[in-house]
Ligand binder design. Sequence first.
Ligand code: ADP
Ligand code: TRP
Length: 323
Amino acid sequence: MQRILTGIQCTGMPHLGNIVGAMLPAIDLSRQPQHQTFIFLADLHTLTTLPEAEVRRKYVHAAASAWLALGLDPEQVIFYRQSQIPAVGELTWYLSCFTPYPMLANAHAFKDKRDRLAGVNAGLFIYPVLMAADILLYQANRVPVGKDQLQHLEIARDVATSFNHQYGSIFILPEALIDRNIATLPGIDGQKMSKSYNNTVDIFLPEPELRQNIMRIQTDSLAIDAVKDPDTCNVYKLYSALATEVDTATMRQKYLNGGYGYKAAKEALFDLILVKFAVPRRRFNAYINDWGTINKILQAGEAKAMEIAEETMCIVRKALGYA
Ligand code: ADP
Ligand code: TRP
């Protein structure tokens, strides 16, 4: 049985890019019987950039609600909060002593901030080590991630290799699972949709706000009559990521014919989101108002995660002379 493991940082509301690019594919993988799947809320990683406890609670609750609303089955998936498994902190320390400084100094997330070092905390610097611990603690074979996380996966493999070299085959070397067919969705401003850019489509908003959210997608200012280029249009790109091939082809033709305005295209996108995500939207509303149920589901996942984590830690502690 292959162990599949993935997590998403809870630093904002889960958006359409996260859902299409990461959450739905992970849920699909979890439905295959040859997989044992771990999906977790990376709430420790959020402390590198998010100090406020109440905000963190809100995002953790929203992320858990979104995963469950989108169809994660907690009977099939070990679903947990990273922070509730103390062994991950312990393993992070052990692994950090096997992680060469230059490897971390070259990590993109840190390198991007090298000219503003005063604002970089040590947690951000060792972010990839905590991520390696997330993965190695559960001896995951495959880790579904977006392209942006590939370097972190390489670091996890390198650290595991150097640990294994010294102490024998302790850790399974994880492989990144990247689906190159998954598109990177643009945000409402045309840049990559991201929690950090304030440009997201939040499919869980109540209908009037969701409509406003979609109507704010930026387009050029061609008149209704004009022929339009679907391939440079953010509305079309989002629509085609969700619609069937036939519906996508129909919208494409409308752009190319002229006489079809961006407002109509936005209405079509809005309607499609309402139909396609009708069930998740309803379920999300129920979960977001019921922390008690979510907490119970997470605690059950955490008990299972803890057991598996302890199996690994017994071997690691013995290897290091701590047991
Ligand atoms: P964000 O940029 O919103 O902070 P993360 O970096 O936390 O998102 O990414 C979480 C997961 O969602 C990753 O697997 C990433 O590849 C995927 N993802 C994020 N943004 C998009 C997007 N715009 N289109 C497709 N997938 C995305
Ligand atoms: N760094 C990942 C992200 O920003 C989240 C993450 C933390 C993760 N630990 C992980 C993903 C372990 C996969 C496996 O999306």
